[in-house]
Design a protein around this ligand. Structure first.
Ligand code: CA
Length: 219
């Protein structure tokens, strides 16, 4: 999932970016609302992490303008403990969740995973596809009951395919979800991840739609 992080405190922003990126998501970090608006115009983000006090305005104003425009993308707001009023206002304005600073990075990652699950239309954490069992909350895979290890990037590819199950997902859509702005991507990176997933999950698990992309069916 591609995530937009809007946070003007550099050290917190960097810590959040690194932690969430390590779980397989691509994070674009901006420090200002105008940069956030520009990024939102260009990229189909799956989630927005929003600080409320930014150098050029209030995060709540961005949230309200998104919701007024009919934009339902999940938003998690990050607030200081003394801003309870903002928090309530944020939830009323259409935020999906909130975290109180300072927050535990693992808790943040768990909330991000929960939002990703809801957005993919699979609120129940366990999905079964043929012999494969996918536990989305624990990020665990089992094949015929045996646990399979996959990397954060492989998980992110699988997550993209799961969120658009039975539909074709293009290589570009996967790249956009996995890599932030400015990342160097080798031309065959996605193919490599897909081929490793097939080795682990079975040859027919991911279907190639020649010249278009990939599809996860009812294996
Ligand atoms: Ca701030």
């Amino acid at each position: 999932m591609r995530i937009l992080l809007i946070e003007d405190e550099p050290s917190l922003g960097q810590a959040v970016r690194e932690h969430v990126a390590a779980t397989g998501h691509a994070v674009d970090h901006v420090l200002r609302l105008d940069d956030a608006r520009a990024a939102l115009r260009g990229v189909d983000y799956g989630l927005i992490l929003l600080d409320l006090h930014l150098p050029d305005g209030l995060g709540l104003d961005l949230l309200k303008s998104l919701r007024n425009a009919g934009d339902r993308r999940p938003v998690i707001i990050m607030t200081a403990r003394d801003q309870i009023r903002d928090r309530i206002e944020g939830l009323n304005a259409g935020a999906d969740d909130y975290l109180v600073k300072p927050f535990d990075l693992d808790e943040l990652a768990a909330r991000v995973a929960a939002v990703a699950r809801r957005a993919s239309g699979n609120p129940g954490p366990i999905i079964r596809l043929g012999q494969i069992e996918i536990d989305q909350s624990g990020r665990e895979l089992r094949r015929d009951g045996r646990r399979i290890d996959i990397t954060g990037r492989e998980w992110a590819v699988l997550d993209q395919l799961l969120s658009r199950r039975n539909r074709i997902v293009t290589k570009e859509q996967i790249e956009e979800a996995l890599y932030p702005f400015g990342a160097e991507i080798e031309s065959n990176t996605i193919e490599v991840h897909v081929s490793r997933l097939r080795k682990k999950l079975g040859k027919t698990f991911i279907e190639t739609v020649r010249g278009v992309g990939y599809r996860l069916g009812e294996t």
